[in-house]
Design a protein around this ligand. Sequence first.
Ligand code: ADP
Ligand code: MG
Length: 264
Amino acid sequence: MTKVYTIASGKGGTGKTMTTANLGTALALLGKRTIILDADIGMANLGLVLGLEKSKITLHEVLAGKADISQAVYDLPTGLKVVPSGISLQGFQNADPDRLQFVMSKLVTGADFILIDAPAGISKDGVIPLAIADEVLLVVNPELSSLADAVKIKVLTEMVGGAVGGIVLNRASAEKTMLTSQKISQIMGAEVLEVIPEDSSVRRAAAFKTPVVVMYPDSPAAKGYKKLAAKLAGSKAMVTETASAESNKEGFIDRLARSLFGGV
Ligand code: ADP
Ligand code: MG
């Protein structure tokens, strides 16, 4: 059975693309048949961080009805398969996000894991990946704006019939990590599956268009991604709680801030 995860966050720049690339690579290195797909069709950069930016046929052409998905799947030496998106605005304009569900139905055959790198925000191309995944993984940074946006995505995911499988707390500082991750779990009503520390190796590896799990496998961030991969590879269904009704109530952000930082 294929397990489809959408890597989402609401806010931009939290580390969705890095998480998709590194978690996907770590799963492939565990021997799992893994495909990662760049659904950030407006601001695509999954292909860029993996050295596939010159690919002629991408998800853009597939969503425009000009190519079959099989033509847009690229193999990396790690065993990971990648479906990049194009980077032109014209390509974005021609791509129809409604076709994504059909594309996914063709991809699932023969894969253990599919990871979808979602765009930031709540536009149509961002909402569809939330609905079509088995589970949504929320990539959050330990800061108020990131958490507030992630809560919105959790509520939205459940509104469209999806489910949040857990949280990846990315760019965490070493101090107070336990406290922060416990609080984040409580507030979000979802388990923090892994804490990925702030680690300059992530950017150094990206400069070489190589995932950190390959280039610096013993770095703190790589270890985190590998632990997360092992958890997903070994896990059965993850228990999820429903979105707290509280997240919709007025004053929620203030209470969130007080709870996290002791008052604003
Ligand atoms: P998103 O896809 O959510 O917009 P990216 O994955 O592109 O975010 O990451 C945004 C930036 O943060 C990139 O420059 C990336 O190298 C950096 N980054 C992501 N995770 C980490 C980390 N754990 N430590 C240090 N830098 C990180
Ligand atoms: Mg991204």
